[in-house]
Design a protein around this ligand. Structure first.
Ligand SMILES: NC(=O)C1=CN([C@@H]2O[C@H](COP(=O)(O)OP(=O)(O)OC[C@H]3O[C@@H](n4cnc5c(N)ncnc54)[C@H](O)[C@@H]3O)[C@@H](O)[C@H]2O)C=CC1
Ligand SMILES: CC(=O)C(=O)O
Ligand SMILES: [Mg+2]
Length: 436
C-alpha cells in the first residue's frame, strides 16, 4: 500500500452465511486496503452488518474499494462510509475534570469557600506547599504557535489543537500528567517567551510542540535559561531520544557499531538538528546532513556535523538514514542501498514507506508511526516532575533512550507504545538521573 492519508469506516452488510466476510476481506486486500478494527454491529438470521476500519491512500482509492465490495454480489453491499476519526474528535478529546465530588454542603465548604481560603494562606506563607496542595506540579503546558504542525506546515495553532489534545490524552494515559494545550496567537520569539513566562506559574513543566525552526531553537533556549521548571521542545528532544533508541536497537540487532557508522540526516529543522546533535553526543563520529535551507545546513556544521549537497549523495554515502522533512515520498526506492537502516519519520506521511524501503534492500526500515516521540515525552516529564527537576538535561535524555532500548523486545526497533512498561521505565530512568 502507498502512503496512508485516508482512514474511513465501511458499514458492510453480508448475508449471514459463513465465508461471506472472507470474500469482503479478499476484495479489500486485493486492492491494498488495510483493514483495522472490525466491529460486528448486528447479527440477524438473514444478514450481518459489520463496521470495518480501512486505511487507504486517498478518496479515489477508497471509492475503488467500495466498488469492489459492491461488485462481489450475492447480497453483499456497502451501506455507508463513515469517518470515525472525525467523529472521535466531536466535542474535543479532553475535558478538565474535578478530582473531588461535591455531594454535600460540607464538601462544598472544603473544596471551595470558605475552607479553601485556609489553603491559600498556607501557600502564601510557604509557596513550596503549592507542590502538595495544588495540581500545579502535575500539570504540563503543551504550548504551540501552530507553525510546524506535524508535517502539515504553518496551519496555525487552532488547526493544530487536535494534535495538542492528542498529546494531552497521551500525557494522561501514559504518565498521569494533566496536559493543558496553550495556543499562541504569535510566533514572535520575544512574545512567545514573554507569554510562557507569564503563565508558567500554573505548571510543573512546559512542553513546546510543533513550533517550527529556526525560532523554536531560540524560544527553547531562552525559556530553559529563564524558567526553573522543566522545558522541552518535543519535536527536538522527544524525537531525538526515540530515534537514538531505535538506531541503537537496529545496530545491536544487525551487529553494526553505531560509533563507526556513517549517519545521514535529511531535513535539519527542529527534529533533524536535535537528532544529529544527540547521535553525535552519543558517539557517532561521522554525522552528515542535507537541507534545502542554508541556515539549517550551517547549524549542523556549527554543531560538528558535515553537510552534503543532495539527498542522493547522502543516500549513497551513509549506512543509517534518518529523514524529518515533512515531504512524503522524498526518498525514492532506487536511492536505497542494500543493508541500510532507514528511519523516515515524517508524519502523517513518510519520505519512504517501510514496505518500499525494505523491498528496495534496506535492512531495517520504520516510519513516524512507529518511531514516534510518544515513546519519550510522557515518561521524560513524569520522571522530571517526580524528581522536582528544574530542567531536562542531556544525561536525562540519554537515560530515557537507554530505557527505551531496554524495553524493546528482541527483533523490534522500539517497544509498542501501548506497553505501559516503557513509559514507567523511561520515567524511572529520568528520575534516577535527575536525582543523582
Ligand atoms: N516521528 C516523530 O516522532 C516526529 C516526526 N516529526 C516529523 O518531522 C517532520 C519535520 O518536523 P520539524 O523538524 O518539526 O519541522 P521543521 O520545519 O523544523 O523542519 C523541516 C526541515 O526539513 C527541511 N526540508 C523540507 N523539504 C526538504 C527537502 N525537499 N530536502 C531537504 N530538506 C528539506 C526544511 O528546510 C526544514 O529545515 C514533520 O513531518 C514531523 O511530523 C517531527 C517530530 C516528531
Ligand atoms: C509526532 C510529532 O510530534 C510530530 O510529528 O510532529
Ligand atoms: Mg510534533
Amino acid at each position: 500500500m502507498g502512503q496512508v492519508q485516508f482512514m474511513r469506516n465501511l458499514i458492510i452488510e453480508t448475508p449471514s452465511v459463513p465465508g461471506n466476510f472472507a470474500k469482503v476481506a479478499k476484495a479489500i486486500g486485493e486492492l491494498e486496503g488495510d483493514m483495522g478494527d472490525i466491529q460486528t454491529i448486528k447479527v440477524g438470521t438473514l444478514t450481518t452488518i459489520r463496521d470495518i476500519a480501512i486505511s487507504c491512500s486517498n478518496e479515489a482509492h477508497l471509492l475503488k474499494i467500495v466498488d469492489a465490495v459492491n461488485a462481489i454480489g450475492g447480497g453483499i453491499s456497502v451501506h455507508a462510509v463513515t469517518d470515525d476519526v472525525l467523529q472521535a474528535h466531536e466535542g474535543g478529546k479532553i475535558h478538565m475534570k474535578g478530582r473531588m465530588e461535591i455531594r454535600s454542603l460540607g464538601d462544598l465548604r472544603r473544596v471551595y469557600t470558605p475552607g479553601v481560603a485556609n489553603v491559600c494562606e498556607v501557600i502564601k506563607n510557604d509557596p513550596d506547599q503549592a507542590r502538595y496542595f495544588t495540581g500545579i506540579s502535575n500539570s504540563v503546558a503543551i504550548v504551540t504557535d501552530g507553525t510546524a504542525i506535524l508535517g502539515l506546515g504553518n496551519i496555525g495553532p487552532v488547526a493544530g489543537m487536535p494534535v495538542m489534545e492528542g498529546k494531552a490524552v497521551l500525557f494522561d494515559q501514559f504518565a498521569g500528567i494533566s496536559g493543558v494545550p496553550i495556543l499562541l496567537d504569535t510566533s514572535d520569539p520575544d512574545q512567545v517567551v514573554e507569554t510562557v513566562k507569564h503563565i508558567h506559574k500554573g505548571f510543573g513543566g512546559i512542553l513546546l510542540e510543533d513550533i517550527g525552526s529556526p525560532h523554536c531553537f531560540e524560544i527553547e533556549e531562552r525559556l530553559k535559561a529563564e524558567l526553573s521548571i522543566p522545558v522541552m521542545h518535543d519535536d527536538q528532544h522527544g524525537t531525538a531520544v526515540v530515534t537514538l533508541a531505535s538506531v541503537i536497537s537496529a545496530c545491536q540487532q544487525s551487529g553494526v557499531e553505531l560509533a563507526d557508522s556513517v549517519v545521514g540526516q535529511i531535513g535539519l529543522g527542529a527534529a533533524g538538528l536535535a537528532i544529529s546533535r544527540m547521535l553525535m553526543e552519543y558517539g557517532v563520529k561521522e554525522m552528515r546532513g542535507v537541507d534545502r535551507n542554508e541556515e539549517a545546513r550551517n547549524r549542523l556544521a556549527d554543531h560538528g556535523g558535515s553537510v552534503v549537497d543532495s539527498v542522493e549523495e547522502l543516500m549513497e554515502t551513509c549506512d543509517i538514514i534518518v529523514a524529518t522533512t515533512g515531504v512524503a515520498g522524498l526518498i525514492k526506492p532506487e536511492m536505497v542501498r542494500k543493508g541500510q537502516i532507514i528511519l523516515a519519520l515524517s508524519n502523517p506521511n513518510a519520505e519512504i514507506t517501510p514496505e518500499d524501503a525494505l523491498a528496495a534492500g534496506a535492512a531495517f526500515a520504520a516510519d513516524g508511526r512507529l518511531v514516534n516521540n510518544i515513546l519519550g515525552f510522557p515518561g521524560i516529564f513524569r520522571g522530571a516532575l517526580n524528581a522536582n527537576a528544574k530542567e531536562i538535561t542531556y544525561p536525562m535524555l540519554i537515560a530515557a533512550a537507554q530505557a527505551i532500548v531496554e524495553s524493546t523486545k528482541p527483533g523490534d526497533l522500539v517497544p509498542h507504545p501501548l506497553d505501559p512498561n516503557v513509559h514507567q521505565n523511561v520515567a524511572a530512568a529520568v528520575e534516577r538521573v535527575a536525582n543523582s
